[in-house]
Design a binder for this molecule. Structure first.
Ligand SMILES: Cc1ncc(COP(=O)(O)O)c(C=O)c1O
Length: 394
């Protein structure tokens, strides 16, 4: 049975060119990048090169890139780091995020709120999953120090108006003046890095998180872009690695792999986007022929080219996923099965989507390694699954 992998928002296959770049750093060049001898210097050289590649893509300085173990760590470092640093000298801080962030952002905000380290505002989204700039403007207060908004949502692909947020924050900062509290803008760019413009000055971002395994790089590696001058208190303490912000022996093979993966994104982004858009279009056209379905998320330009979120009436998302898995096809669902009861996806709920639709939602996420013929097989198997499930539905 030929396998079809349509779950690329969860993780991606390592690109063979990435693997090839990494391999020498496991055995031949295994040195510790902190060592002064030539083993160490070779490793350090490879780390420097990877850092330059990431900085080149983001159009920032290499010293503004901090390697981490993934975006979860990057998000924790910047959000906790900013609040912990500023709370040393300020009593009441206010921070803003949206209701549809990844748990690695949302849970950090909830933790800081619970610890009474900051007051938090969670922005609503509209029926397409988009935040409102007007509402954000009204939510910013004189003690707001951080706004954290994801570039694109992992569940239904909504691309947020990041540039507009960046402009608004710059404006507020200018109005506040130099003597007031700082106001920083953090972007979780995990799902956008592959497909969207990530130049930090264009976005107006002071911090940006990303992850290797979503861009055909290795797992357990990511980075945080932190604009020069943004002060954070580290989460972990130890050695002097990564500008004293992230201690621990550098994972050289993974860093090399991440650097290569980012370089490939930069060089082939346009070509990959064209290919993936074609597959997505074919998929949407075929899906439209199934009755009682709805597409979730924004239309056209405001959705990632690789994500489709679609709901089927009278067919549970989990059951569709299981049946497709038996047919060798991997997709995903946003619903979580907790203690026997099916909870609708919080993201779809925040968008105002009714439970009868959100229970039947699945996410299909594509990559450059997918092809048009896979669409036919997928839709054929999906139709069989939906027909069976609807027959069994009460
Ligand atoms: C939007 C978003 N942010 C953060 C993360 C966490 O990334 P990592 O797996 O590198 O910790 C993910 C992973 O699914 C994600 O989709």
């Amino acid at each position: 049975m030929k396998q079809i992998y349509f779950d690329n928002a969860a993780t991606t296959a390592v690109d063979p060119k990435v693997l090839e770049a990494m391999l020498p750093y496991f055995q031949e060049h295994f040195g510790n990048a902190s060592s002064l001898h030539s083993y160490g210097q070779t490793a350090q050289g490879a780390v420097d090169e990877a850092r330059d590649k990431v900085a080149n893509y983001l159009k920032c300085k290499s010293q503004e890139i901090i390697f981490t173990a993934g975006a979860t760590e990057s998000n924790n470092l910047v959000i906790q780091g900013i609040v912990n640093y500023l709370s040393q000298n300020n009593k009441s801080l206010h921070i803003i995020t949206s209701k549809i962030e990844h748990p690695s952002v949302l849970e950090v905000f909830r933790f800081l709120e619970k610890q009474k380290l900051a007051e938090v505002s969670y922005l609503d989204v509209d029926q397409f999953g988009l935040i409102s700039i007007e509402k954000l403007k009204k939510t910013i207060k004189s003690n707001t120090v951080l706004v954290s908004i994801m570039y694109a949502n992992n569940e239904m692909g909504a691309i947020q108006p990041i540039q507009q947020v960046g402009e608004l924050i710059k404006k507020v900062r200018t109005e506040r003046g130099a003597k007031s509290l700082p106001l920083y803008f953090h972007v979780d760019a995990v799902q956008g890095l592959n497909y969207l413009d990530c130049e930090v000055d264009t976005l107006g971002a002071d911090a940006l998180s990303a992850s290797g395994h979503k861009i055909h790089g290795p797992k357990g590696i990511g980075f945080l872009y932190l604009r020069a001058g943004v002060k954070v208190r580290p989460v972990n303490y130890g050695g002097h690695h990564e500008y004293n912000l992230r201690p621990g022996t550098l994972n050289v093979p993974a860093i090399v792999g991440l650097g290569k993966a980012v370089e490939l994104v930069k060089n082939y982004k346009n070509k990959n986007v064209i290919k993936i858009k074609k597959i997505k279009e074919a998929l949407i056209n075929d899906l439209k022929k199934i009755d009682n379905i709805r597409f979730n998320g924004p239309e056209n330009g405001c959705q990632l080219p690789n994500i489709i979120n679609v709901s089927f009436l009278k067919a549970e998302g989990e059951s569709i996923l299981m049946m497709l898995d038996l047919a060798g096809i991997a997709i995903s669902t946003g619903s979580a099965c907790s203690s026997g009861s099916l909870e609708p996806s919080p993201i779809l709920t925040a968008m105002g989507i009714k439970p009868e639709w959100s229970h039947g939602s699945v996410r299909v996420s594509l990559s450059k390694f997918n092809s048009l013929p896979e669409v036919k097989v997928f839709v054929q198997e999906l139709k069989i699954a939906i027909a069976k499930l609807r027959k069994m539905a009460p």
